[in-house]
Design a binder for this molecule. Sequence first.
Ligand SMILES: Nc1nc2c(ncn2[C@@H]2O[C@H](COP(=O)(O)OP(=O)(O)OP(=O)(O)O)[C@@H](O)[C@H]2O)c(=O)[nH]1
Ligand SMILES: [Mg+2]
Length: 402
Amino acid sequence: MMTLTKNFLILTLRSFSTKAAPKTTKPRKYTFIDSLRVHVRGGAGGQGFQKFGGSGGEGGCVYIKANKDINNLKTVIEKNPKKRYAAAVGQDSRRHWILGNPGEDVCIEVPVGVSVKDEHGKEMADLDEDGEEVVVAKGGKGGTIENSFLGQKGEARTIVLDLKLIADVALVGFPNAGKSTTLAALSRTSPKIAAYPFTTIQPYIGTMQYPDMRQITVADLPGLIEGAHVNKGMGHKFLKHIERTKLLLFIVDIDGFQLHTRYAYRTAFETILLLNKELELYNRDVLEKPAILALNKIDLDQAKEKTRTIISQVKHLPESLSDVDPEFHPKQIIKFDGILQMSAKNQDSVEMVKDLIRKRLDYHHEKERRLNEQHGIVVPDSLKNFQERLRLKNEQRKARLL
Ligand SMILES: Nc1nc2c(ncn2[C@@H]2O[C@H](COP(=O)(O)OP(=O)(O)OP(=O)(O)O)[C@@H](O)[C@H]2O)c(=O)[nH]1
Ligand SMILES: [Mg+2]
């Protein structure tokens, strides 16, 4: 009797354990989206009224507007998961309402820094300032004598919204070099920090605050590895975010980098060359940006000796290229505006970095201003420029509505 009960118990337990496991895969949750395809359609124009010469209202348009309070394109999907936008149709002309009302416009609010492209990749607009807007699907004309009182169809197209973050400084480095630790020390943000590669998987912006209230923004980007151009690691996907930054801060671990014991170890100097090479393969123009090299983790053992070697190698480029495998040689060598030794865990050295960033940014800003002056280029201050552009756009829009 006892064995029977025991067997029964075992059987019951087994049947429980072999029961299909509950589905654990959660629906995909978006955290950061920097590219999005949406379909837009302008409203059709209202019908005219031939008998009384009445004209239908113009169809509403779909326009895109930059809003500084929106950080990423995820908000756009959350508001409209179907990603289809249609503006309202214009009102038909009626016996007691000869001039039909225009259809209501639809506004898609996006983060500042979005460029709008049509489905063939042709750029339609760069929305780089808060409040900037662009019409992406015009509404159809209302029915008038010109079109035999037949309201016209609105424009319809697929567009691509491509977000490139706008920050003053971008942190560039191999995984685990201490980029996020540096950002956390420079600003009040608290990005995820961990002792394994690829901790940061999406760009993150922090703001450095100076005692005189000056603010400088810094973007922490996912780590780059050799072969990023053939999509290794995180690939080049996030490098587009450095295109709009003014200065690159290279964070390099003085101990070098090894992804895994199965992969080759790279010295700090090799990682600098590999970063240079990856940037070059992505877009040579980014190598023209002012750059600072920060040799990180100098609190570790034998730091002095290691940093001395790296600094001498960097200062004696291109001669020191003979120390490394030719496959790591970049064609165009990046020129550093300054080389620093730091420990992201030591606030004093972080302050030094903060100071240098400000000085270099100011220096380059002034240099550019003088160059523009020399060549007689008048650059209106961005606000004036923006208002001017907005005025022109509004004029164009009004003209379209006439
Ligand atoms: N000793 C020492 N450790 C540091 C220093 N800076 C960062 N670390 C450590 O290095 C590890 C990686 O730091 P992260 O800031 O996450 O590196 P990351 O460059 O952002 O890495 P990814 O996000 O993977 O690209 C963590 O364990 C940090 O605590 C430093 O100056 N000294
Ligand atoms: Mg990180």
